[in-house]
Design a protein around this ligand. Structure first.
Ligand code: ATP
Ligand code: MG
Length: 402
């Protein structure tokens, strides 16, 4: 029977630089990896200071690889076959692995020998294996400096491992290691990308969405649901808070002059978001604002809007071009959902000429025209929350369990 990969060796990402927190990082990564691979119960896991190993036990390999690529904190991983720790067996296995992957034109063998009683030294093992591969294949050459394919051999006392196919991991930090943040999730292109980038830095996310029915539709809500489900591939479940924003928004519209309407509305959104963040132990807000993209995202507007709250606001796409943002959105598969044509609460009340240089004094005097505090509080109190899982069937109404 043709050889099959049996193990996956996982290399940790940036964790190496984190000194004393290393243990927490590794434990969390271990936990997140198991969670991501929950649908493969046959897998067996083992972790050491600098590696993690998964025994596939015959699990469907491509499925496991696809899921592993969504785990932040993994730098790369390689697939491996186990064989007897004798040179003939290593050579045969190495050849089978090369033939199985069939990709390379140039290769290199690297050997690590932890069993120092093995009769050959690392270099000699590499040479013997490379020689065997070369004389049993066509069109293959050795390139020690820039090989297309790296064949890695690890010789231990009880067994030898031959690693072939290597995949890039998702990088970043394990989700949760940095604490929790609240993503302002619209149905647009930018905020899901901001969410992805924030999670990549190890921040566990909850979502907040402002809905203004009947001005906003069921389908707009569905977009948020579907976008969250995509992001839940990186860490699930994700809690989504939906704010009933209609009353506050209509009231703003009635009292505030049209040019400052948008600025005031965004200050109110920030206030509600800050309240929901505090209630749910989220340490930061994060959103998809990008410098200069629209009137509310000029530096003047950002100043006045940001002044409404004291919670830090992280804007991962602030300096990115729209095209760069779209590239990421396509990569994480949120783009097609984002471009579905349903209005969100911002677009519906957009004034014809919103101020691009609002001043705090002007905005505060507009806000003084109505008693907004109880309305903000009501939004916070009446926010509804649900849990969303990567897999649709598991999504449930929010319960006290969480
Ligand atoms: P996006 O593409 O993310 O919708 P945008 O370029 O359309 O962003 P705005 O509509 O001005 O920009 O919104 C800026 C940011 O404010 C969004 O990226 C998002 O984080 C947040 N936001 C806007 N509308 C909502 C909403 N209805 N609910 C939650 N957050 C929102
Ligand atoms: Mg938008």
């Amino acid at each position: 029977m043709a050889v099959q990969y049996e193990y996956i060796l996982i290399r940790y990402g940036e964790l190496t630089t984190k000194g004393k927190n290393r243990k927490d990082f590794i434990n969390l990564l271990f936990q997140n990896t198991k969670q991501a691979l929950k649908s493969f119960p046959e897998l067996e896991y083992r972790k050491t200071r600098d590696r993690m190993y998964i025994d596939l036990h015959g699990a469907e390999q491509e499925g496991v690889i696809t899921r592993l690529k969504t785990v932040f904190g993994i730098h790369s991983f390689s697939l491996a076959v186990k064989c007897e720790p004798i040179i003939e067996s290593i050579q045969t296995t190495a050849l089978e692995v090369v033939n199985m992957d069939r990709t390379p034109r140039t290769f290199k063998v690297d050997t690590k020998r932890s069993d120092k009683t093995f009769p050959l030294k690392s270099m000699e093992i590499s040479r013997a294996v490379a020689g065997h591969v070369l004389s049993n294949t066509e069109h293959l050459t050795v390139d020690v400096r820039k090989p297309e394919y790296l064949l890695q051999v690890e010789v231990r006392h009880d067994a030898a491992y031959v690693m072939g196919r290597t995949e890039k991991g998702a990088g970043g930090y394990p989700v949760g290691v940095a604490g929790k943040g609240l993503l302002m999730l619209s149905g647009g292109i930018d905020s899901p990308v901001a969410g992805y980038l924030t999670m990549k830095r190890g921040v566990k996310l909850e979502m907040i969405h402002f809905a203004s029915p009947p001005y906003t539709s069921e389908q707009a809500q569905q977009k948020v649901h579907d976008l969250t489900q995509k992001l839940a591939a990186y860490a699930q479940p994700i809690k989504v808070h939906t704010v009933p924003f209609t009353h506050l928004q209509v009231t703003i519209n009635q009292h505030v002059k049209s040019s400052l309407n948008m600025t005031v509305m965004r200050r109110m959104m920030y206030r509600v978001a800050e309240g929901v963040a505090k209630k749910n132990n989220c340490l930061i807000l994060t959103n998809g604002e990008s410098i200069g993209q629209v009137a509310s995202q000029t530096l003047h507007s950002m100043n006045v809007i940001n002044a409404a709250i004291s919670t830090p606001v992280i804007r991962p796409v602030a300096t990115m071009d729209k095209l760069e943002i779209i590239d990421v959105a396509k990569k994480i598969d949120t783009y097609d959902i984002s471009i579905r044509p349903f209005e969100d609460c911002c677009t519906i009340f957009t004034p014809k000429s919103p101020a691009t240089r609002p001043t705090l004094a002007d905005v505060e005097s507009e806000e003084a025209r109505f008693d907004w505090e109880p309305l903000v509080q009501k939004c916070i109190d009446e926010t509804e929350s649900i849990m969303i899982y990567h897999h649709e069937e598991e999504t449930s109404e929010f319960s006290d369990l969480f």
